[in-house]
Design a protein around this ligand. Sequence first.
Ligand code: ZN
Length: 475
Amino acid sequence: MPVRRILTLALLLAFGMEFGRAWAPPTASAATTTKVTQRYSITATLDVASGELDAIETLRLTNRSGIAIDHINLSVIPRALGYLTLDQPITVDGDEASAEWTTTTNLRVSLAEMLRPNDTAVLDIPFRLAVGSSRGAFTARLSRDNGVLSFGEWFPILSREHDSYGVGDPQVSYTAESIRLDLRTTTPLARDAVACPGLVSAPEASGTRWVCEADDVRDFSFVVNPRFHLTTRVVDETTLRVYTETVSGEVTADKAVQALIGLNQAYGTYPWPDLVLAEVGASGGFSMEYPRSIHLTRSKVTDTYLIYHEVAHQWFYAQIGNDQQREPWLDEGFADFSTRWLMGIGENQCSTRDVDSPVFAWDAELISGGDWQSCDGYFHAIFYKSTEFLNAIRARMGDAEFFAAIRAFIEEHRHGVVTTYRLLDHLEDWNTADLLPLYQAYLRAYDPGVAPVHRPYRPALCRTIDCRDDRPIQP
Ligand SMILES: [Zn+2]
């Protein structure tokens, strides 16, 4: 941590203590953090026929940073899709709070009083969604197609300030202690109509109330389809629940089992009691990963690559997080690499881009656009070229050492957020293999004479992210 930041932090702490709770910094010092403990409890009523969800979200958060904060940022992706109504006041500790949109999807909520380190605030956020048919990359996220409702990136969640984006994953979030959904439906549905991780209670045969609660997750998703049938499997301590309509579910379940067994061995045992795979209503678009939950498009519901890829995200994204907009290769590259390694197939990429390109390297709108498929597109650079890069590292380190190093890295950072530098430091430290020439060949962060990729993190942002991760390795 640079000396200047230590001083700033010490001053903030000293002033805060000296002047007591009434003290507030000037506006220029507006401060926030993502280092918080979070617990979400969402009570919602869903009309399946119309796609309308009426919800009240309670977010209990405790400031775990070293500084007092005066606001938090919530990412609300449904606003970019045009599905959101937020017309009731948000309250903090029971008092109406001021809130403003600073991007299309970032809602900045002011805290009436400075929230000191280790202090807790309780936010109540009433919101409504009218979910329609989404297109492009969003069909398996938040969408309603063929009578199936898919809820991904659907509720306000603590984030760093950012906006939705049409390329890559649109939301950055951080592990919560728990996320609980108490869902009621306006008409009775069959017990298996709701696919959610952490199912606590459901109707005996048919009914209107489901409760789900997932611990240690950085997001929470669910899918509702009155015609779902359920297929289950058990792998060690984990139950897989596979919800499908157009296929039996057996093939999908068996492939997910194979992936889970292989990845448990490669990267350390999956830490949660369940994993849900659910078929969404749309055929096209992209399947999508959430913690303990996978949404599969209809065209890919039995696809081996797709199932393995999304299960691999349960390690790379769900367990160890990354900033998916700034460094998407950290989860997508490892998901692609792991899949191809499990399947015994190589990559065949034709990209001239750097592996560590941000999603913004490709032009796109908020919820559409972007070159995903061409040689110059997102998949070739972020997925396939990353695999080539990781295979080159694996060859240089040796198989056993490479996987041991990754297992140790996951163990150390489980439920946290990692960066490129943090990972590559770790690999370089692991054994005597000289990895720098590979880093220089594949990553713009290591191009001689080019500013390290993380320097766009302005010093002010070090209050919202862990800047200690972003020191350059090369002097
Ligand atoms: Zn992926």
